[in-house]
Design a protein around this ligand. Structure first.
Ligand code: GLN
Length: 484
C-alpha cells in the first residue's frame, strides 16, 4: 500500500511506529512516498539540495526486515529525516549551501546523523540553507532561496530554512538543523513547526561544519513537541569525537514533560517586548494567558544586557567564522580555481567560491581580531557575552523558564531585506541571546498573524534543563491543540 502525499503531512514518530507495527504500511512504502513527494515539492520550495534515494531505501529495507523477524525496532524506525547541508553525511554531497563546497563528498557521518540512523531514521535528503549557515532568510544559499511552504512568496527563515520547510510541507517528518544565532528557532517560527536549540554541548558538533564554534548547536525540527524531544534524546549525549560535548546525563524528556505545568514560574523579560509588532505581541500575549490558565505563575523579569546582544554576536560570530573559514583555500579543502601565482590561486578560489555575505563576515571578523582592534571589539564582546550569560543565570534563580517572542515579525517577503544587511540582522534580536548564553531554547507554534502567517513562542530554560522547557511547550501544545 502506498501513502498519499496528503497523509505524509500529518505523520508523527508515534503514528509511523504504530503504522509499521500494525502493518498499515512498510518503511519502504513510506520512504518511496516521501521521496516522490519531496522531489515534486522541490520545484515549488527548493527545500532540498540533494536527495538520497539509495540510502533511504536501504535504511527502510533494514527496518522492514527487522520488523518481519520481530527484531530491533529503533526509536525512529522508518521516520523520514531531512538533514541540513552543513551537517556532513558519508558519501552524500554536503555543500553547506556554498559554491566552494559544491562537489564535496564527506568521508564520514556527523555523530548526530549516525545516532539517528542507528535508531532507524530514513534520510530522505540534504536540505538547503544559507551559505555556511550565515543568514536569516535562506536567501544566501548559492543554490537559490527556499520558499516558505505556508506562503510561497515569503522566506522560510534562515539559515536552516530547508529543514524547517521540509517538515512544514510534509516531505520529512523530522529534520535537523544548526543554530548559531537563531537559525533553528526563527525558521521554525516562520514555517509553523517546533524547533529546538539545545544547551551548548548537549549534542555533539562532530560533523557540523563550523561557522562560529562557541555558538554552534545542532537541534531538531518536528511537527510536535514529543517528536522534537525524541530526536534530541536520541542524538544528544557525550561523544568522544567532540571534546565540548557534555558528560551530563540526558533526562527522560518524554516522561518529565508530561508533568502538569501547574506551579511552574515563568518570566517575561521586559526587554523582549519593547520593539515588537502589535500582531506578534498579541499572539504571544494570548499564549502567555494560556499558560497562566494551566496554573503557571507569570512575572516580569529583566535581562538587562539584551540590548548589546546583536553587536556582541556579530563580533564574536564573525571573528570565529573568519578563522574557521580559512581552511577553504583550494588546497586543504574546497574547489580550486586556477591562478598564475599561489596567492592568485587562493584569491580566485575564495573569491569565486564564497558568496557576498560570507566574504563580508570574513572581512568583519578579520578586522575585529586585528592588532589594535582586538581589545576594543573582540575582547569587549567576550566580556559582554559573560554579562548576557549572567543575566540568564540570575533570572533562573527567580523563574523556571522564560517566555519571549522568537522574531519581531512573521515571515517577510522574498527580497524584502536582501539589500539591507542590518535590517536582516535585526531578525535575530530575540534569538541571539540564547546562543550567547548557551542555554536551551525553542520555538513552539502559538498562533497566526492577521495575514495567516505562523508565529512562534520562544521558551528558554536553564543549562541542561531541557526537560522543563519541553514541559512548558508540551503542556501549552496540548492545551491549545483543539484550537489550531
Ligand atoms: N541569522 C544569524 C546569522 O546570520 C544566525 C545564523 C545561525 O544561527 N546560523 O548569523
Amino acid at each position: 500500500m502506498s501513502i498519499a502525499a496528503n497523509e505524509l503531512g500529518s505523520l508523527t514518530v508515534r503514528s509511523i511506529r504504530e503504522g509499521l507495527l500494525n502493518k498499515k504500511f512498510s518503511a519502504t512504502e513510506l520512504a518511496k512516498s516521501a521521496l516522490a513527494f519531496a522531489e515534486k515539492e522541490n520545484s515549488k520550495t527548493n527545500a532540498y539540495l540533494t536527495f538520497a534515494p539509495e540510502r533511504a531505501l536501504e535504511a527502510a529495507g533494514k527496518v522492514d526486515a527487522e520488523i518481519a523477524k520481530n527484531g530491533f525496532v529503533g526509536g525512529l524506525a522508518g521516520v523520514p529525516l531531512g538533514v541540513k547541508d552543513v551537517i556532513v553525511t558519508k558519501g552524500l554531497r554536503s555543500t553547506c549551501g556554498s559554491r566552494i563546497l559544491q562537489k564535496y563528498i564527506p568521508p564520514y557521518d556527523a555523530t548526530a546523523v549516525f545516532r539517528l540512523e542507528a535508531e532507524g531514521a530514513v534520510l530522505i535528503g540534504k536540505t538547503n540553507c544559507d551559505e555556511f549557515a550565515m543568514g536569516s532568510s535562506n536567501e544566501n544559499s548559492a543554490f537559490g532561496p527556499v520558499r516558505n511552504p505556508r506562503a510561497l512568496d515569503r522566506v522560510p527563515g534562515g539559515s536552516s530554512g530547508g529543514s524547517a520547510a521540509a517538515v512544514a510541507q510534509g516531505t520529512a517528518v523530522v529534520s535537523i538543523g544548526s543554530d548559531t544565532g537563531g537559525s533553528i528557532r526563527q525558521p521554525a517560527s516562520f514555517c509553523g513547526v517546533v524547533g529546538v536549540t539545545p544547551t551548548y554541548g548537549r549534542v555533539s558538533r562532530y560533523g557540523l561544519t563550523a561557522f562560529a564554534s562557541s555558538l554552534d548547536h545542532i537541534g531538531p525540527f518536528a511537527r510536535n513537541v514529543e517528536d522534537a524531544a525524541t530526536v534530541l534524546h536520541i542524538m544528544g549525549g557525550r561523544d568522544e569525537q567532540d571534546s565540548t560535548s557534555s558528560f551530563a546525563p540526558i533526562d527522560d524528556y518524554l516522561g518529565l514533560m508530561k508533568t502538569p505545568a501547574k506551579g511552574l514560574r515563568l518570566g517575561l523579560p521586559k526587554e523582549y517586548f519593547a520593539g515588537l509588532s502589535s500582531e506578534t505581541g498579541s499572539v504571544i500575549e494570548s499564549a502567555v494567558k494560556e499558560l497562566e490558565k494551566l496554573g503557571c505563575s507569570v512575572e516580569e523579569i529583566s535581562l538587562p544586557h539584551t540590548h548589546y546582544a546583536l553587536s556582541c554576536y556579530y563580533i564574536i560570530a564573525t571573528a570565529e567564522a573568519s578563522s574557521n573559514l580559512a581552511r577553504y583555500d583550494g588546497v586543504r579543502y574546497s574547489t580550486r580555481a586556477e591562478g598564475e601565482t599561489l596567492s592568485e590561486m587562493y584569491r580566485n578560489s575564495r573569491g569565486c567560491g564564497f558568496g557576498a555575505e560570507v566574504k563580508r563576515r570574513i572581512m568583519l571578523g578579520t578586522y575585529v581580531l586585528s592588532a589594535g582592534y582586538y581589545d576594543a571589539f573582540y575582547k569587549k564582546a567576550q566580556q559582554v557575552r559573560t554579562l548576557i550569560a549572567r543575566d540568564f543565570s540570575l533570572a533562573f534563580k527567580q523563574v523556571d523558564a522564560i517566555l519571549a517572542p522568537v522574531s519581531p515579525f512573521p515571515a517577510f517577503k522574498l527580497g524584502e531585506k536582501v539589500e539591507d544587511p542590518l535590517a536582516m540582522y535585526l531578525s535575530d534580536v530575540y534569538t541571539l541571546t540564547g546562543d550567547l548564553a548557551g542555554v536551551p531554547c525553542m520555538s513552539v507554534p502559538c498562533g497566526l498573524s492577521p495575514e495567516g502567517l505562523p508565529i512562534g513562542l520562544q521558551i528558554f530554560a536553564n543549562h541542561f534543563d531541557e526537560a522543563n522547557m519541553f514541559r512548558v511547550a508540551y503542556n501549552y501544545e496540548r492545551a491549545t491543540a483543539s484550537q489550531s
